[in-house]
Design a protein around this ligand. Structure first.
Ligand code: GLY
Length: 370
């Protein structure tokens, strides 16, 4: 089996670095690999009903009996503190202690919840991320962000808890529902737009093959995403400054996601948010090239939305922007582009305050009237 390994050099739970293994059909070997590297630890799996239903839990365990928590229902509705409490209580009742390694098998929601549960269980045990969706393989499984939503906003409670290892099996993407599959591709567009113009061109030329889920192309996609994300995370593991560029498209994106009651998928909202960031750049006179057209055209080519659904309450959107984690004194801040492949840095800062008037104008322009 052809496995590629990328190393992320950050102070993680076990060592000063953690490996990301990328390959096709690697899940059946993960449990034995985790155990051989940590013979003293007991495994506990966190997954969700959709991932278990798709057969990935069975593939991971291969018939072995391992303590498991299945999150139900799958999806954002379960991403709250109650689910984390239920997980750690199950672990405690199973007699697990600090000699535990949590295996997070699933998409972004599972990874965020399981990572958070691992971080607080007995003051912290290692978590191994096994992402099974485009959004998790490109983004959320790497970098150590864990947490859950509050009743008010997304990812309101959480900690940085870098994984002990990440295993990316691109074969899991073959069974992913089409809408979920496409949504996660927005994170690849994000990486290319902020840091790598050549990767952006590659995405433009390979959009069709990516949509056909060609395994080789997916392996390359995963490795490009992980290399780019690792480079940013290594430079700024706890998002003091530069890591904020990974939130490109996420300021308006998160607000749209919450305002839609999570009817829209995270990646779809990030796509809308990147188009919105481009409109803000236009309003601020920062665009002197065709990057907005290229970004929108690539997003559309990947089947992603670039406008805010007209029925979304715009007043609520503006309110949500005030509570965004990047906001300072209630004023939202945006990651913008200098050019395609390079995020904008001004006075050493990577997230930029934008006046509420400009944001309102852009939200109005972006509402899809059709
Ligand atoms: N998803 C953005 C980050 O990991 O920083």
């Amino acid at each position: 089996m052809n496995v590629q390994t990328i190393q992320v050099n950050v102070p993680a739970v076990e060592k000063d670095a953690y490996p990301i293994a990328i390959g096709e059909g690697i899940i059946p070997e993960v449990l034995s690999d985790v155990r051989s590297k940590r013979p003293k630890l007991r495994a506990f799996v966190v997954t969700d009903a959709a991932v278990a239903g798709a057969g990935h839990l069975h593939t991971l365990l291969g018939g072995e009996k391992v303590g498991t928590f299945v999150i139900e229902p799958a999806g954002e509705a379960s991403k709250h503190i109650g689910t984390v409490t239920a997980i750690v209580e199950t672990m405690e009742k199973a007699g697990l202690g600090r000699d535990t390694v949590v295996l997070a098998l699933g998409g972004g929601t599972v990874g965020d919840i399981a990572g958070f549960a691992a971080a607080i269980f007995k003051r912290g045990v290692p978590v191994v991320q096994i992402p099974t969706t485009t959004v998790a393989q490109a983004d959320s499984a790497i970098g150590g962000k864990t947490g859950v939503d509050s009743l008010i906003s997304k990812n309101a409670y959480g900690v940085f808890w870098h994984p002990a290892a990440v295993y990316i099996d691109v074969r899991t993407l073959t069974t992913l529902d089409e809408r979920q599959y496409r949504a996660g591709l927005a994170e690849s567009v994000k990486h290319a737009a902020i840091l790598d113009a050549e990767y952006f061109e590659w995405l433009e030329t390979h959009a069709e093959t990516i949509l056909k889920r060609d395994m080789q192309v997916l392996g390359r996609l995963a490795s490009m995403n992980c290399t780019i994300k690792a480079s940013v995370v290594e430079e700024d593991p706890t998002e003091k400054n530069k890591r904020r560029i990974l939130n490109y498209g996420h300021t308006i994106g998160h607000a749209v996601e919450s305002a839609s009651g999570y009817e829209l998928l995270h990646g779809e909202c990030v796509a809308i948010g990147m188009a919105a960031a481009g409109q803000i750049e236009t309003e601020l006179g920062l665009v002197g090239d065709n990057r907005l057209e290229r970004i929108e055209s690539l997003l559309k080519g990947l089947g992603l939305p670039t406008r805010i659904p007209a029925d979304l309450p715009s007043a609520r959107l503006i309110d949500l922007l005030r509570t965004d984690k990047k906001a300072m004194a209630g004023r939202p801040r945006f990651v913008l582009l200098e050019r395609l492949g390079m995020a904008l840095c001004r006075d050493g800062q990577w997230a930029h305050e934008v006046s509420e008037d400009t944001v309102r104008k852009v939200v109005k322009q972006m509402l899809d009237k059709q």
